[in-house]
Design a binder for this molecule. Structure first.
Ligand code: NAI
Length: 222
């Protein structure tokens, strides 16, 4: 934790992983876990785990470890998964439909209540129990339902304009999948840009490193 009491970004970044692992432990029926066992599963050091969780008041007990349900509930509260933020998705193409269908929004604190697309041919099609609405209806829908989070699955060129419109309609958070690094110059608006391609490039880099070493070795042997 920093001097002003705020939690460091690196700790916050690890919380979803703690939350996910603890969920898996719950499914296994585990009631408690020591920081050593948790560290072995998560490939983090036990002291890292203690340090991280101490930022929020500890939760663990000497000689007992962590109570799985309690710790997951507390981390969930910190993450805000109990808030059920109303969420809309813009762009019901291949990616938008996959996200609407395969991501469990509710367990992550978001409640998907509307899907919009500019293509009139998609209007009325149902994706994961939600009918696709035309983008012409975004304004009236937002006025009636006050969504907070928007998932953007639209082409790059349209992203900034849609985001600006949604900010004016009161949306506060953007989970942006379009290939555009969205930045919004308003206070109290948050953006999470997601680029699966960047993740693949990170893997490509690591693959390049290990295979270059292999090549070097094999050349030496030959
Ligand atoms: P797609 O062409 O299947 O779907 C895009 C949808 O957005 C279409 O249904 C279209 O009618 C709609 N649309 C376009 N402008 C709109 C607007 N102003 N308002 C509402 N709807 C609008 O494309 P796909 O495959 O679903 O990809 C969507 C975007 O996500 C693309 O820009 C793609 O490059 C990007 N992408 C990003 C990834 C990532 O890791 N961030 C991974 C894959 C795709």
């Amino acid at each position: 934790m920093s001097k002003d009491g705020s939690i460091s970004a690196s700790v916050i970044k690890r919380l979803p992983r703690y939350y996910r692992f603890l969920g898996e432990l719950q499914k296994e029926g585990l009631e408690r876990i020591s920081s050593r066992e948790l560290s072995e599963r998560m490939k983090l050091t036990a002291s890292q785990i203690r340090q991280d969780l101490n930022c929020f008041g500890g939760f663990g007990q000497q000689g007992y470890g962590y109570h799985v349900d309690e710790l997951r509930m507390e981390i969930g509260k910190i993450l805000g998964v109990d808030k059920h933020f109303k969420t809309i998705l813009i762009g019901a193409g291949n990616l938008g439909k996959a996200i609407a269908t395969h991501i469990n929004f509710e367990t992550r604190g978001c409640n998907l209540i509307g899907i919009f697309d500019i293509n009139p041919k998609l209007t009325g099609e149902v994706v994961g129990n939600i009918p696709i609405r035309h983008t012409n209806d975004i304004e009236s829908f937002c006025e009636a339902n006050s969504p907070v989070v928007a998932v953007l699955c639209i082409p790059k060129a349209n992203t900034q304009a849609i985001a600006d419109q949604l900010v004016n309609l009161g949306l506060k958070a953007f989970w942006n999948f379009s290939h555009y690094d969205l930045s919004i110059d308003y206070e109290n608006i948050v953006v999470e840009n997601v680029h699966l391609g960047d993740s693949l490039l990170t893997l490509t880099y690591a693959t390049n490193i290990i295979t270059s070493t292999d090549t070097d070795n094999s050349e030496e042997i030959e």
